[in-house]
Each structure stands twice: as structure tokens, then as C-alpha cells.
Design a protein around this ligand. Structure first.
Ligand code: AQP
Length: 340
């Protein structure tokens, strides 16, 4: 059986990268797979969060999920800290994963920066908790953006080592093909790596100091238009063919965003706008982004006006998630030799 798991951190406003890189795929997969979508609040606290703001952000990310089209009747939608089995399995994963594996993780190096001695242990251990998030549901597929590829490889390494280390116990329990599946990353869809509007070599990110680097799902039409207008470009006109975008990261990013939002190939976008100046293209891009994002924005606002509904979705989702997660945890305890 195929089962999908994925999550986002409530560390700020979701942006166009989160939407095109992950959410669009999540919505699509609901029709073909059993899906579990999480707001990973325990991951968020690996960096300090203002407690009141964090509670608000958990509801906001949930509202964004629902507004983008996640259907809580089809998918399980919940926040991570409500299902304690994530942390419980996280400990077992800590004992399976090797220090050398974590030392290779590039996201930790980027997020910890130069002051690595001062980073939280949780930030370093982030990939182990992420592996537990996925494995506690024995998920087979994880739709994510490009940047999460390395963490998913670690999840596969953990699954493989666990299956090897406890092979006799796993077989005795009746799991003849191993206990944890080797999860497949699903890195596809319209834009797997959306870049910053200020620097085409950096990914669009919630934690970028400049709000002009990203289009937030909560931005209104004026903010979107202004951010697109101010987006960094180069002095050349747009090329007429995709190969003309080589070595022009900002142009490539804006054209890629347009193509993703319009659901058109890049070649078709360039056939329309190639040879023209950026200003005309930017106006069209801003109009398209507003058209696509404003219904989502309106629905988010409506949902946030009814926090009782959002909380009820999270509560119901957590109950359904726990049924699966506690069954996995019981097996894990038996396999590892923990008395329960
Ligand atoms: N720029 C991006 N392009 C495509 N996909 C992206 N994702 C994030 N940024 C881009 C995908 O969104 C999902 C949720 O990510 P997350 O909330 O776990 O945090 P992140 O990957 O660390 O994303 P951010 O926005 O950059 O947050 P901060 O700034 O807090 O680190 C993932 O599937 C991710 O691949």
C-alpha cells in the first residue's frame, strides 16, 4: 500500500516556494494516495520561536493547507506535537543514525552558520526527527522541494539500518520484507526550487531577512505587484528559447514561476515574451500571481476568522494519525526489546 507523508514548519508565512515546490503536489496526491500532512511544530522550535507567534503560525499554516485544497475528509491534517509518537520514535532513530551521517547534512551547516557551537542540539538532530515523522507512518512517498533531498536519503539510511540491525526480530514479527519501507522522495511538479526574488542563486525562504525576497501566500495584490516590480533582473531582454536562460538565474527563476503558475512549459512562456523587456513581462507575472493567489489568500482569511474550525481539524487529524503511529510504535518496541 502506498502512503504519503509530508510537513511544513510554522516558522513564518508560507511562500510561493512552499506552494509550488510542495503544496501543489500534496493536493494532487490526495486523489491517488492515502495522505498524511503535518504542521511540524516541534521542528520549528529547533530555532527560538516567540511562543504566542508560534501558536498563531500553526493555525496559519493549517489554514494555508486547507485553502490550497487539502481536504481534511480525504487527508489527515494535524500538528506534530499532538502525536507524541513522533518524539518517541525520534529517540529510537537517534540510536540508529550515526554521527557521521548527521555531520554531512548541508541544511544544518547553512542554518547554524558560523556560530555552530551555539546552535541547538535539536537543529543538529532535525533530520532524525524528520525520519521519525515519516517512518512512524511507514510512509512510502514524501513530496518535497529539492532542498529536502539529502534529509530523505538519511531517512532511507535509517530505515535500512533498522531493518538490518533487527532482521531476526522483524522477520519473527511477520514482516518478511523489512519493517520500514525505503521511502521515495517525490520531487516533481511545477517548480521544485523557487529562488529568492533578490538573488537568483539563493532559494526563496521564510527566514530570509528581506520580505522582498519572497511572495508570501498572505501578501495582498499591492504587495505582490511591488515585489515582482522590484525583483532583481539583468539588463538583457528575455530570450526566445529556454537555453537562452543559461547563466541568467534571476530571469530563469521569474520565467519558471510564470510557467508554474500558468501551468505552461517554459518554452511557451518564452515564445510569448521572448525579445521583450522585463517590465512588460513583470506586469504580466504580477497579474498572474495575483489572479492565482488571491482566492487562496481570501480563503485563508476566512478560515483564520474561525479558529474553532481550524483547531477541530487539527484535533480530528491528530486522533486519526495516532491510531497509525501508536501501532508502529508498539511494533518498534517489541522489535527493539523495550517492555510495554
Ligand atoms: N524555495 C523553495 N522552492 C521549492 N520548494 C521549497 N520548499 C521550501 N522552500 C522551497 C519546500 O517547502 C516544504 C516546507 O519546507 P519547511 O517549512 O520544512 O522549511 P524549509 O524547507 O526550511 O523552507 P523555508 O521556507 O526555506 O523555511 P526556513 O526559511 O524556515 O528554512 C518542503 O517540502 C520544502 O522542500
Amino acid at each position: 500500500q502506498q502512503r504519503v507523508f509530508s510537513g511544513m514548519q510554522p516558522t513564518g508565512n508560507l511562500h510561493l516556494g512552499n506552494y509550488l515546490g510542495a503544496l501543489v503536489n500534496w493536493v494532487r496526491m490526495q486523489n491517488t494516495h492515502e495522505c498524511i500532512y503535518c504542521v511540524v511544530d516541534m521542528h520549528a522550535i529547533t530555532m527560538w520561536q516567540d511562543p504566542a507567534a508560534l501558536k498563531g503560525a500553526i493555525r496559519e499554516v493549517t489554514a494555508a493547507y486547507l485553502a490550497a485544497g487539502l481536504d481534511p475528509n480525504k487527508s489527515i491534517v494535524f500538528n506534530q506535537s499532538k502525536v507524541p509518537e513522533h518524539a518517541e520514535l525520534g529517540w529510537v532513530v537517534n540510536c540508529v543514525a550515526r554521527l557521521g551521517w548527521l555531520n554531512r547534512m548541508t541544511q544544518f551547516k547553512e542554518k547554524a552558520g558560523k556560530d555552530r557551537e551555539n546552535a541547538s542540539v535539536g537543529l543538529y538532530d532535525y533530520p532524525c526527527l524528520m525520519a521519525a515523522d515519516i517512518l512512524v507512518y511507514r510512509a512510502t512517498h514524501v513530496p518535497v522541494g529539492e532542498d529536502q533531498k539529502q534529509h530523505l536519503e538519511l531517512t532511507r539510511d535509517v530505515a535500512q539500518k533498522f531493518n538490518n540491525d533487527f532482521k531476526p526480530q522483524i522477520e519473527a514479527a511477520g514482516f518478511l520484507d523489512g519493517f520500514f519501507p525505503l521511502t521515495e522522495p517525490v520531487i516533481q511538479g511545477p517548480a521544485t526550487r523557487v529562488m529568492s526574488l533578490r538573488d537568483g542563486t539563493k532559494k526563496m525562504s521564510k527566514s530570509d531577512a528581506s520580505d522582498y525576497a519572497r511572495i508570501n501566500l498572505t501578501d495582498d495584490a499591492d504587495a505582490i505587484a511591488q515585489k515582482v516590480r522590484k525583483a532583481k533582473t539583468d539588463p538583457e531582454p528575455l530570450p526566445s528559447e529556454p537555453k537562452g536562460l543559461d547563466g541568467r538565474p534571476e530571469a530563469e527563476n521569474l520565467v519558471g514561476i510564470y510557467a508554474a503558475l500558468a501551468d505552461q512549459p517554459v518554452a511557451a512562456v518564452l515564445a510569448e515574451f521572448g525579445g521583450g523587456q522585463f517590465s512588460a513581462f513583470k506586469t504580466a507575472l504580477a497579474d498572474l500571481a495575483v489572479t492565482k493567489l488571491s482566492p487562496l489568500n481570501g480563503e485563508m482569511r476566512r478560515l483564520l476568522g474561525d479558529p474553532g474550525y481550524v483547531d477541530a481539524v487539527l484535533k480530528d487529524g491528530a486522533e486519526r494519525a495516532r491510531v497509525i503511529a501508536s501501532e508502529t510504535m508498539n511494533h518498534v518496541k517489541d522489535i527493539v526489546g523495550l517492555l510495554r
